[in-house]
Design a protein around this ligand. Sequence first.
Ligand SMILES: O=C(CO)[C@H](O)[C@H](O)COP(=O)(O)O
Length: 262
Amino acid sequence: MSATPNPIDMAKYVSARRALDYVQDGMRVGLGTGSTAAWMVRCLGEMIRQDGLRVTGVPTSTRTAELARQCGVPIATLEDVKWLDLTIDGADEFDPDLALIKGGGGALLQEKIVATASDMMVVITDKSKQVDHLGAFPLPVEVIPFGWQTTKALIEESLIGMDVAGRSVTLRLNRDASYRTDEGNLILDLHLRRIGNPRQLALVLNQIPGVVENGLFLDICDVVIMGDADGGVEVRDINNGTVTYEKVDIQDDDNIFVAIAD
Ligand SMILES: O=C(CO)[C@H](O)[C@H](O)COP(=O)(O)O
């Protein structure tokens, strides 16, 4: 590599590169959202350009759709393809069962629909996302704007009986205005610090009127790839029960990495 990448970019990059080993010619691939997923989209674009790989990408946000177009990744909607072979996405937290918190980038709704409609979900991360218990990262909950303060109050009330360590709920902002998702909805961030029973919480939240979806991804993720700054990856496969460590060969990656790092 002729540029010196910063350690965080390197960790994200190698996890994204390794995830593309799961992509085969002709696949329909869900394209996640966020800075780690963006590396995956760029690398996928390179594979299409250099190796003639044929794939159809289904983006999980307008941001990812735009990046995919820039990178020459052919895209379609979920309505077009109906079902996917694979989704590759980032996460905000993952636990030993590969349960996830997602939605830090605000795209949790499309991300959950796309991942659920996939035969396999591969999550690309770095060590900062690994936790023993979910909840240090605020849990995003997407709600419709109509009556959102009532929805927020109902969420706060529902948290009283829950096994969580914190109960404050805040409206996500984008500068001075409320943050809007691609669907025009709002995000409430639940500052729970520790989620004792993610399954119960997910069920309770999704029963509250006004809640569209929550950022807990349970029994959806198959593989987590955790990159490190030395170009190594730990690959955890929940179905095989395996955890392996390997170095990713990035000798020939100067073009893509230098172009983006610059
Ligand atoms: O859930 C997400 C977006 O809604 C992202 O996958 C998550 O926020 C991780 O992002 P990054 O790779 O930038 O750390």
